[in-house]
Design a protein around this ligand. Structure first.
Ligand code: FAE
Length: 545
């Protein structure tokens, strides 16, 4: 069941939460909550019954459900709050004109699609700032993640896809699929505000011509396509197209944030969490260490940074219940470090393993001159080529936009392949960070699967690949980055069947690190639904007095 955003009414709690967010932004506060919004001097809090690390999907679900249960909760988020307009009157910059807001402490942007006609026309010099998109580089794989209140929801394409039930069951053999598909997936979709593009509008609008062309080429190959829902408000998008609303998805806004239209977590789960009055979000605070006190409470060390990245304060927090929502990279790094430096020595040996890229590969095809994709393209994908049922070569390929404002005859795709390869993180005592053991050979497995599918599509349509999009070396398949980092603290291995971390009580994982490296579709609906399942169980069983 999806809800129509046009009809979506804000609850009283969401309205209170939105007020708290606006007040914090207007006063430049790094502490956001109803108390902060109403009281002149917020009380200094270093202990809370519950702390949540990270404000992406897993963290946001934990915060809302804890707040609703009446449990005072602090959320610690290393990124900033994104609702203060810059000098151009906008909160976020567009992909066409990136500035300091685009990337996390970089001197130059590092966009996934680096070149056009082999020229670096895409990236720009910027000044260092806590921008919204980060590219975390490991030896053979870099990982794109969102930074800020809302995590990945601020930068992603909004595709809200529920995985195939049979593949979910394959990946999570110990999870009750009836409960997931009957209760937690619908709950997640409803709070996220998932909606569908109007098929009639889709068929007629210039903004999705690029998708219709790719659909035709898939059909010529005998392949199935399917619409995918999104959290971008399609009613708003139609008004953008009609010229009655300020453009966002239709103005090349996406990976550096959307100024309008997208129901990111700060507008849904987190607004409601703040609205309970029990949740406070602290921004620009990065947790670096987790200890356990003699009484069993958790003690956190967090660095508060300013807009230059300088650590201006090191803070200590303590809590009874600790929820890890730092994402696959953030949570896994914290736990691997805690185990290896001896602050949480009883963590399971599997912490740090079971990591995968969700089989991500990006590629472009060159179309015939008569197959124009359109100068105008919406940044929100709405369709995928679904060949997952092909057991010889399962692939789900998102038909991705490449909005440049010019006709370029490129069909772009983000292929999700069923790559069985997994890697582990290890602790680097020199830097205090983690290394990722992913190899180029492991990426080659994804490439060969994507290539099998797109060779068929090229052959059926007499087309070829684009060689100019991913650097100067004629690279066809971008296999060195992922948007979908998954795993590291896998459900049922590093944790029990509900995300309770093995070896420690009252310590939980609620984010993408629970997913064992692959889910076959874009992952945030799965991450949200699993977090809902964890919170329902934990609040029923663990937090009773
Ligand atoms: P995530 O959303 O990454 O949140 C983690 C949060 O924790 C972040 O805000 C971090 O800044 C913060 N954090 C990390 N470490 C610390 C620390 N030590 N102290 C304090 N804070 C910390 O995690 N998925 C889809 O389903 N559909 C899409 O269309 C889609 N498109 C994407 C496009 C792009 C460009 C990218 C980058 C991702 C896309 N994804 C998409 C992936 C999706 O955003 C991702 O799976 C989720 O955001 C992961 O959710 P988590 O809760 O695991």
């Amino acid at each position: 069941m999806t809800v129509k955003l046009m009809q979506h009414q804000l609850t009283r709690r969401q309205i209170l939460g939105v007020v708290a967010l606006q007040t914090a932004a207007a006063s430049g506060l790094t502490r956001i909550g109803l108390q902060a919004a109403s009281a002149a001097e917020p009380a200094a809090v270093d202990h809370a019954p519950a702390i949540v690390i990270g404000s992406g999907y897993g963290g946001a679900v934990a915060a809302l459900r804890l707040g609703q249960a009446g449990i005072r909760t602090i959320v610690l988020e290393m990124g900033r709050l994104w609702n203060t307009p810059g000098s151009d009157g906008k909160v976020f910059c567009s992909t066409a004109a990136p500035d300091q807001r685009s990337m996390w402490f970089r001197k130059r942007t590092e966009a996934p699609l680096a070149t056009f006609l082999w020229l670096d026309l895409v990236n720009r010099d910027i000044s260092r700032y806590p921008g919204v998109l980060d590219r975390v580089r490991f030896a053979n794989m870099s990982v794109f993640v969102g930074r800020g209140v809302g995590g990945g929801s601020l930068v992603n394409g909004g595709m809200a896809v529920t995985p195939l039930q049979s593949y979910f069951a394959e990946q999570f053999p110990t999870v009750d699929v009836n409960e997931m598909y009957g209760t937690y997936f619908p709950r997640a979709r409803s709070v996220l505000g998932v909606n569908d593009v109007d098929p009639a509008w889709f068929e007629s609008t210039e903004w999705y011509q690029f998708t219709r062309v790719s659909r035709k080429h898939a059909q010529n190959t005998g392949l199935r396509t399917r619409f995918v829902p999104n959290v971008y408000d399609f009613g708003y998008m139609q008004r953008e197209a009609a010229g009655t609303a300020t453009r966002s998805a239709l103005a090349q806004e996406v990976i550096y944030g959307n100024n309008h239209g997208k129901r990111s977590l700060d507008k849904t789960y987190l607004a409601s969490a703040l609205g309970t009055g029990n949740v406070t979000i602290h921004t620009l605070e990065k947790v670096r260490q987790i200890d356990r006190a003699a009484d069993g409470s958790y003690v956190l060390t967090a660095d508060r940074i300013d807009a230059t990245g300088t650590v201006v304060e090191t803070k200590q927090y303590s809590c009874t219940y600790l929820f890890l929502g730092g994402g696959s990279l953030g949570t896994t790094e914290l736990l691997v470090r805690a185990r290896e430096t001896g602050t949480l020595p009883a963590l399971d040996a599997s912490v740090g393993s079971g990591w995968g890229t969700n089989g991500n590969v990006m590629l472009g095809r060159a179309n015939h001159l008569w197959d124009t994709v359109g100068a105008n393209q919406s940044t929100m994908p709405v369709m995928g080529i679904d060949d997952w049922a092909n057991t010889a070569n399962p692939v789900f390929a998102e038909i991705a936009p490449l909005p440049t404002g010019l006709e370029h005859w490129v069909s772009l795709y983000l292929a999700i392949t069923k790559n069985p390869q997994r890697a582990s993180f290890s602790y680097d005592s020199g830097t205090g960070g983690v290394r990722l053991g992913w190899t180029a050979a492991q990426s080659a497995v994804s490439v060969s699967m994507a290539k099998k599918l797109f060779d068929r599509i090229n052959s059926a349509n007499s087309t070829i690949y684009r060689y100019d999009l991913f650097g100067s070396s004629n690279k066809v398949f971008a296999d060195d980055f992922t948007y979908h980092p998954l795993g590291g603290c896998v459900l049922g291995r590093a944790t029990d069947n509900y995300g309770r971390v093995k070896g420690y009580s009252k310590l939980y994982v609620t984010d993408g690190s629970l997913v064992p490296g692959s889910i076959g579709v874009n992952p945030f609906v799965t991450i949200t639904a699993l977090a809902e399942r964890t919170m329902a169980r934990v609040l029923a069983e663990d937090t009773a007095p």
